[in-house]
Design a binder for this molecule. Structure first.
Ligand code: ATP
Length: 534
């Protein structure tokens, strides 16, 4: 009460008056700061265009590559460093070319650069996210995702479109002598979401004429893909109402040139390749769908060894027939991808179209019929082991480029023209017994001497055959011992099951129990009173 009476006195004191004035001044300054911030935000929102580029999208690659080419890059002192094989973008200073790492500028603070006379603000924004793919019980790690944020001081969205188009064109032009192969690495997902094409390789383009084939299969495939990618064809698909994608199945023995064909076509048509191995662990339908949905149009999706994804329906059925006693489906589960998940991909579900799908397999008979029906797989092409004509062509390609700089080269010793040596080489080889890759391996070992390559090939064939025979014998004996072990284990299982059943029957007779569950097995009794394991 006394202090209330003293309020006028307190207000009259200079210390309290100063404090109140200070408080009011602070409030006014803070309000003004907030107001000006709001006005600035409004102004920049109304007078600018902003864009965010997420790392899982190819546009992020275009823009990062584009920004790395700007002079701003030289002023940067903060970099992410990657080995050259894990990232295809980034630069090294001119005087340090040839180093084994790529340096990607990191702009944590906003940076300004000039492009076509306009100011652009660039910033890297790192956001934290939980990896949704980890099981709920597990402690999921926090991921740091770095996006590129661009602010253009203009209200015209066309400027943004022009910037992105230029970034894309420059990116493609810089790779015109290479093909880009994107792959997916499940194990490497601590910093990057799992549904991302997170590894990139750039390979030198392989001219079509470097491949040795008997027929014009590669030319006809190339013509097919080229025709498919024409704008008129896309329009036709749209009018007819068919999903705009095309599927090819390349099948045949290992090392006959299936993957090389895809790479050659990609190089010829400047298409990027997105390569997936479905049998890789951690791959499931959701992930497959996500990965396919972000592939840009006019790209190749390469599904390697498509037969390894999962057991076909026939395999499952035959396993059921072989194991009627247990009633379980014991067919090996090869990955988490299901048949319907893969059918969706081949049907073009989730992708905006323009995808050329190449699937390869060494075992076409293992594929479910639904996978390779027209509409999903439009053309199937068989790759055979090397013919004599192919062997001859391969030899000619190897040695017709002049003398290699190999120590011990005996080109000078060979007076015979390469064409005659190629004839001799091909005639010493059996037709359709060795793959082109095997012949290539042999020729690589003799690249310093075409004469020796031609002379020694007959003895190489004999050695290869005896190696193969030895390998086959070893494989068969392993298989026999495995089957014997399996049969013994089955017999033991049957014996112990019969023992369990008779135990249960006795148990039922002694202590009538309404519950038929005994020893973890469902036990019932047949009409003739004999207990059965169900
Ligand atoms: N027809 C060919 N002409 C030239 N080289 C070839 C040919 N076929 C295969 N090769 C060579 O053999 C190697 C393996 O070829 P590739 O990977 O294309 O075979 P593939 O059929 O895809 O094998 P896999 O079924 O095991 O994947 C490559 O180095 C390639 O250069």
């Amino acid at each position: 009460m006394a202090s209330l009476i003293n309020i006028p006195k307190l207000l009259a004191s200079s210390a309290v008056r100063d404090s109140i004035q200070l408080f009011l001044l602070g409030a006014i300054v803070e309000s003004f700061r907030r107001l000006s911030q709001w006005v600035m935000d409004r102004l920049s929102f109304d007078s600018s265009v902003t864009a965010r580029f997420e790392p899982q999208d190819p546009a992020h690659e275009w823009v990062t590559s584009f920004l790395a080419e700007q002079s701003l890059w030289r002023a940067t002192r903060d970099f992410d460093v990657f080995s050259k094989f894990s990232k295809k973008i980034g630069k090294t200073p001119a005087n340090l070319e040839g180093l084994n790492a790529a340096y990607i500028p990191r702009w944590t603070a906003p940076h300004l650069l000039k492009w076509r006379g306009r100011l652009i603000q660039v910033q890297h924004i790192t956001s934290e996210t939980r990896n949704q793919w980890w099981g709920e019980q597990q402690q999921s790690p926090t991921l740091c995702v770095t996006s590129v944020f661009i602010l253009l001081f203009t209200r015209d969205m066309a400027v943004l479109c022009a910037l992105v188009e230029e970034a894309r064109n420059r990116y493609l032009a810089s790779r015109s002598a290479k093909i880009t192969v994107h792959t997916h690495r499940a194990a490497d997902n601590f910093g990057i979401p799992r549904s991302t094409w997170n590894a990139v390789a750039t390979l030198p383009k392989r001219p079509l004429n470097c491949l040795a084939f008997d027929n014009d299969v590669v030319d006809s495939l190339l013509a097919d893909v080229r025709e498919f990618l024409r704008p008129e064809t896309e329009e036709w698909y749209r009018i007819v109402g068919i999903s705009y994608h095309r599927g090819f199945l390349l099948w045949g023995s290992p090392g006959t040139g299936k993957t090389s064909t895809v790479q050659a076509i990609a190089g010829e048509l400047s298409l990027e390749v997105y390569s997936l191995t479905l049998s890789s662990s951690n791959m499931d339908d959701g992930q497959l769908q996500n990965l396919v949905s972000i592939i840009p149009p006019r790209s190749i999706l390469l599904l390697e060894d498509i037969d390894c994804a999962f057991p076909s329906r026939e395999e499952v059925r035959s396993t059921q027939i072989h194991e009627p006693a247990t009633g379980s489906i014991a067919a090996p589960k090869k990955s988490e991808v299901t048949l319907s998940g893969l059918l969706n991909v081949l049907d073009g579900v989730g992708n905006e179209g323009g995808l050329v799908v190449f699937a390869t397999t060494n075992y076409p008979e293992r594929l479910d019929a639904a996978l390779s029906r027209p509409g999903r797989i439009d053309r199937k092409i068989e790759y055979r082991l090397a013919s004599r004509a192919q062997a001859r062509a391969l030899f000619t390609k190897f040695f017709s480029h002049g003398k290699p700089k190999v120590s011990g080269s005996d080109y000078s010793l060979s007076d015979l023209p390469i064409s005659l040596l190629a004839d001799s080489f091909a005639s010493s080889l059996p037709e359709f017994e060795f793959s082109t890759a095997q012949l290539q391996g042999y020729l690589l070992g003799h690249r310093s001497s075409p004469q020796t390559a031609a002379n020694d090939v007959a003895s190489w064939v004999t050695a290869e055959r005896s190696d193969r025979l030895r390998e086959e014998t070893r494989r068969q004996s392993t298989q026999h011992s495995r089957s014997a072990e399996h049969a013994a284990a089955m017999a033991e299982n049957r014996a112990s099951s019969a023992g369990v059943a008779s135990l249960s029957e006795n148990h039922q007779l002694e202590t009538p129990d309404p519950s038929p569950k005994t020893l973890g097995l469902d036990v019932g009794s047949s009409s003739d009173g004999v207990a059965q394991v169900v």
